[in-house]
Design a protein around this ligand. Structure first.
Ligand SMILES: Cc1cc2nc3c(=O)[nH]c(=O)nc-3n(C[C@H](O)[C@H](O)[C@H](O)COP(=O)(O)OP(=O)(O)OC[C@H]3O[C@@H](n4cnc5c(N)ncnc54)[C@H](O)[C@@H]3O)c2cc1C
Ligand code: SF4
Ligand code: SF4
Length: 1017
């Protein structure tokens, strides 16, 4: 049936895109939009893809400062006929946010929480606000936004509205559409309006108002009413129908809820300027039950009975996913807690009190006892364990994306959904289909309580045959899910991945309705064209594809986990976007400081991908010489946070070193590379006349000049060389003590040796007291760190080779190497093996390198002296990413210290914070966690930091506090112990030891027997 009054013809095919004069467009946007307008190769490359298999290079990017500015940007685009694509966190998995369009990035500035009405349980937000940020701000009201995708720490509300996002808590709270009350929207033609539920009175008022708004309402009503029967028949009544436009919200007899109808329209109909959201009370307590079944299908069969208990979350995980997590060493503690089985359900209950939540969980386990498939049960009600287990589930995509020894996996059939009561049957058939196509390695997991299944599939997206199989599989899988009364997408949206398959689910009539709805809002198809309606084919615009011919250049590092290939290493990034998180872990300090895609791990990985020239339209055309890539890497602190925190272990610090090496090959480098990159050499020379050098580097006339010549930021003060190097003094002194536990080599790194020899001496005291015979190398050696971080890899290799040769006799005797500076320990443990992947002595070096805490806690019978009191500790980033900090934490706790461990990065990171132009970002990183924590610390609280950079940052940030190395507090407390100073002699809690005094006022150090802070003793 067709509408009775004239309505626009449906958009069914993509019209030819108008010729856009890109330079003129850029000029007008720059002139009229309050925001950042970027048409440079770096920005276009960074925004060319999202979490999907697709890639399209945008015309340019606009980052508006306000929603008004965004509206102006759309007006300018309209005048030029340019398509527009909205973007939040860019975590879409179906290609929704890549397009040949002007990308509007709402996430940087348009992220305000406009208002909260706690009584009405609503709030108004701008679209760029991140879900976790919103919920953190709402926390004092006890309310939260209910739906919670796995990407909660980086996805935006605009993106959630765009995709109609769900996540595990949708079990209790429904999809985003169910939680949106009103939207302020803007159409391509400039119509701006608030929309929401529309009763007859309101409808009449809108029509009486006339104009474009009335036209939109009238046409939509006509279009949907005309085919209401077919819409009702074709829209499956399941909890997770996300595919298609939500035209069921506009059916006669309902609320005519235009806001909810627009949720899930993926930026193809309107831009969302503001949203009024429904909030729910945040559960005060939660309990988690894990149920182990024979396999995932048995687990799926059990879903309806469990769902009847109305859990908060009901998730499924199969044995393959767990196997992949095990193989990748992910979440080892959580994996151990799974009950016996080959398929698991995770069921959580929320309530006002822990007792109530526990009772609900017990009611479930009682109910399941004695059933046909009685599961193995494990029950948890402590927050830490529950968090670990949810992380295990939420990292499903990362765990399955690249498994060692397995073909890479891809999205494509990521989130199909069926009626929950038919889930077991669907999984049986889907597994059969996967096997038939040779995709049997795909794991199956997801939001089982709502029938939604996640999987990444080992598609071949490079060869013609592989892509034909991919396309054919998607067709068959679509038919299968439809035969079960399901939806192609149950969570992530259609985008390009499903748009082409939608007719199989909805049929021609409903597809024509979608086309008409599109025509009502955007008849010329300028809003995110090619997605949902009139879509691109599933095999167009592939990120790889048959035309993809990337370079695989000869490189310096070995990339052993990427088959020795830099190109494969760069491809690790799958676009999850965790590097855009605002807190937790370390990754990615430069994104947190700048909020720029280009300065996130993902943005950098994208640009390196583009740089390898796999696609003819790549905006990065000049390979290793690319300035766009260099600029994106410039603010990378080489903290290696990503190597640990990224689910794909992207190691941007290594890629940066590799890039810089090629970029500057046979060319003049920035001054900082010669000054700070060659620091070990300059320090060696300075040791001949340290006082003179200090006078020059800090002299009123000379300091500024030297900093300018050395590419050092003028706001920085150069470190002071000690009067005597640790290694020189120690060589003169020689080993003492019993040495009964045998030799250790104490590594005199450049920083300890030249700037903080007191730490070396303290370490000697501690090691000798523990019974070790301390050795230092007979001559000055170096790990090569400063050359690695500045990409002078030829020199770094020579330096490191020389060091390994000198240490070889000790290494072959199994002598442990104690490294006091975490970044040097990290070179020995990690980078060295990358530079010399097949060298046995380098492997020995990696295996035998210990931090002080590791050596001491592994020493049988060694007990730490009592330190007591409280301490704020900043682990070095390389503790976080390579070495681990748990051993230090346990040691300090055994020594009676109440420890507050600060997360994040100090922001100095070797040469980074010293380099001219980096000061602002460096300080912004420090302000994220370290500086507030230290400022808040009481005067008696110790401040601990093993990294020279972290200590220097604190010293130069004007906190008035000096941080101590673990060696210093242990040495001071050890002397107390030796002298019989009784713990608690100065304070009732036993914190008044000498170590504690050293921390409380390090500037007084040296007067009471603790080592002086600045100079060597
Ligand atoms: C590892 C992984 C796990 C995921 N898990 C889940 C999950 O559990 N549940 C779930 O639902 N999804 C999940 N997703 C998909 C995705 O993260 C979510 O859909 C998320 O809500 C998207 O938010 P975003 O800010 O990244 O949006 P984007 O990807 O930037 O955009 C999403 C859509 O919204 C549109 N849009 C953005 N802002 C606006 C605006 N102001 N006006 C109009 N349109 C706009 C965009 O054009 C696009 O079509 C997952 C993705 C990944 C990579
Ligand atoms: S770098 Fe890692 S965390 Fe960031 S998007 Fe890529 S895969 Fe995700
Ligand atoms: S090394 Fe650090 S700064 Fe660089 S991309 Fe990784 S997390 Fe970000």
């Amino acid at each position: 049936m067709s509408p009775v009054v004239p309505v626009p013809a449906p958009v069914t095919a993509r019209p030819a895109q108008p010729y856009v004069r890109v330079r003129d467009l850029e000029r007008d946007l720059t002139a009229r939009v309050d925001g950042e307008v970027r048409f440079d190769p770096g920005s276009r490359g960074a925004y060319s893809t999202d979490g999907s298999n697709y890639r399209q290079v945008p015309l340019g990017v606009v980052v508006p400062r306000t929603v008004e500015a965004a509206a102006e940007a759309i007006a300018v685009c309209r005048e030029h006929g340019a398509p527009v694509t909205s973007r939040g966190g860019g975590t879409s998995l179906a290609g929704q946010t890549c397009n040949v369009a002007v990308v509007i990035d709402w996430s940087k500035y348009c992220d305000r929480l406009v208002s909260v009405d706690a009584g009405a349980r609503t709030c108004v937000v701008e679209p760029g606000i991140v879900l976790d940020v919103l919920n953190a701000r709402l926390a004092p009201t006890g309310l939260m936004f209910g739906p919670r995708p796995s990407t909660h720490s980086q996805c935006t509300l605009g993106g959630m509205i765009g995709n109609n996002s769900c996540g595990s808590t949708a079990q209790a709270y429904g999809k985003t559409a169910d939680n949106v009350s009103r939207l302020e929207v803007l159409t391509y033609d400039g119509t701006r309006m608030w929309v929401g539920a529309t009763d007859d009175e309101e409808y009449a008022r809108i029509l009486a108002g006339g104009g474009r708004r009335a036209e939109i309402y009238r046409e939509l009503r006509e279009i949907v009413a005309a085919d209401a029967g077919e819409i009702r028949r074709r829209f499956p009544d399941i909890p997770r129908r996300v595919s298609g436009y939500n035209i069921d919200q506009l059916l006669p007899g309902g609320d005519f809820h235009l806001a909810r109808a627009l949720v899930g329209s993926e930026g193809t109909l309107v831009a969302v300027l503001r949203a009024e959201l429904h909030l729910v009370p945040a559960p005060a307590a939660e309990s988690l039950v894990l149920l182990g079944y024979h396999d995932i299908i048995a687990a799926a069969d059990a879903v309806p009975r469990i769902a009847a208990h109305r859990p908060l979350q009901l998730e499924g995980v199969d044995d393959k996913l767990i196997d992949y997590e095990r193989r990748k060493g992910m979440h080892p503690d959580a994996v151990k807690r799974l009950p016996e089985g080959g398929g698991w359900l995770m069921v959580s209950f929320g309530a006002g009190s822990q007792r109530e939540a526990d009772e609900r969980a017990r009611a479930l386990t009682d109910d399941l006892g004695g059933t046909e498939h009685e599961p193995h049960v494990a029950f948890f009600d402590d927050e830490r364990t529950e968090k670990q287990l949810w992380e295990l589930r939420e990292s499903g995509l990362g765990a399955t994306a690249r498994v060692p020894g397995m073909h890479e996996t891809w999205e494509g059939w990521e989130d199909s959904a069926v009626p929950p009561e038919r889930l077991g049957g669907y999984l049986r058939d889907l597994r059969g289909l996967l096997e038939e196509y040779g995709y049997g390695a795909a794991s199956l997991y997801g939001h089982f309580g709502q029938g939604c299944v996640h999987t990444r599939i080992p598609f071949d997206l490079v060869t013609a045959d592989g892509i034909a199989a991919f396309t054919s599989f998607l067709g068959r899988a679509a038919d299968l899910v439809v035969s079960y009364g399901g939806s192609l997408s149950g969570e992530h949206g259609d985008g390009q991945a499903r748009g082409w398959l939608l007719p199989r689910m909805f049929g021609d009539t409903v597809m024509a309705v979608f086309g008409r709805v599109k025509a009502v809002f955007d008849p010329d198809d300028r809003m995110n064209p090619g997605k949902i309606v009139a879509p691109y084919r599933v095999d167009e615009n592939l990120r790889l594809g048959t035309g993809w011919t990337p370079a695989d250049p000869r490189v310096h590092f070995g990339y052993p986990e990427d088959d020795g290939s830099f190109q494969r290493a760069v491809m690790r990034c799958v676009g999850v976007g965790q590097c855009r998180r605002h807190d937790g872990g370390v990754m990615c300090p430069s994104y947190r400081a700048t909020r720029e895609e280009e300065h996130s791990t993902r943005g950098r990985a994208r640009l390196l991908f583009e740089m390898l020239g796999g696609h003819a339209d790549s905006p990065v055309g000049d390979g290793w010489r690319s300035e766009a890539v260099r600029d994106a890497l410039d603010l990378c602190l080489a903290c290696k946070g990503c190597k640990h925190d990224c689910p794909m272990n992207v190691d941007m610090a290594t890629y940066k070193a590799e890039f810089l090496s090629h970029h500057y090959a046979r060319r003049l480098r920035p001054a900082a590379h010669y000054s700070m990159g060659w620091l070990p050499l300059w320090a060696r020379l300075a040791a001949f006349a340290p006082r003179t050098v200090n006078a020059l580097t800090h002299g009123p006339g000379t300091a500024a000049l030297l900093k300018r010549l050395g590419g050092v930021d003028p706001a920085r003060s150069l470190p002071v060389f000690a009067g005597a190097r640790f290694s020189d003094r120690y060589r003169r002194r020689g080993p003492r003590g019993s040495g009964e536990r045998g030799p250790v080599l104490l590594w005199p790194d450049t920083f300890t040796d030249n700037f903080a020899p007191r730490i070396g001496h303290a370490a000697v005291d501690v090691l000798e007291e523990a019974g070790y015979r301390v050795l230092v190398p007979p001559r000055t050696l170096c790990c090569g760190l400063t050359w690695i971080s500045t990409g002078q890899l030829g020199v770094a290799r020579r330096v490191l080779r020389r060091t390994v040769r000198a240490l070889t006799p000790l290494l072959r005797r199994g002598v442990p190497i104690v490294a006091l500076e975490p970044s040097c320990a990290s070179v020995f443990r990690d980078d060295a093996a990358g530079l010399f992947p097949h060298d046995r002595d380098v492997s020995r070096l990696a295996e035998q390198t210990r931090t002080l805490a590791e050596l001491l806690t592994g020493t049988e019978g060694w007990e730490p002296p009592r330190i007591g009191g409280t301490a704020v500790s900043q682990p070095h980033c390389h503790h976080h990413s390579v070495l681990g900090y748990d051993t230090d934490r346990r040691l300090l706790e055994r020594a009676g210290v109440r420890l507050d461990v600060v997360g994040g990065c100090c922001g100095l990171a070797g040469d980074f914070g010293f380099t001219a132009g980096h000061h602002e970002v460096s300080m912004a990183c420090a302000e994220q966690e370290l500086l507030p924590a230290v400022r808040a610390a009481g005067p008696d609280t110790l401040v601990l930091a093993d990294g020279f950079s972290c200590r220097t940052q604190l010293e130069q940030a004007g906190t008035g506090r000096r941080a101590l190395h673990l060696a210093e507090v242990l040495a001071a407390a050890g002397r107390d112990r030796a002298e019989g100073t009784r713990a608690g002699a100065t304070r009732a809690d036993g914190s008044g030891t000498r170590a504690d005094q050293a921390g409380a006022d390090a500037t007084r150090a040296g007067t009471d027997g603790t080592p002086p802070v600045r100079d060597g003793r």
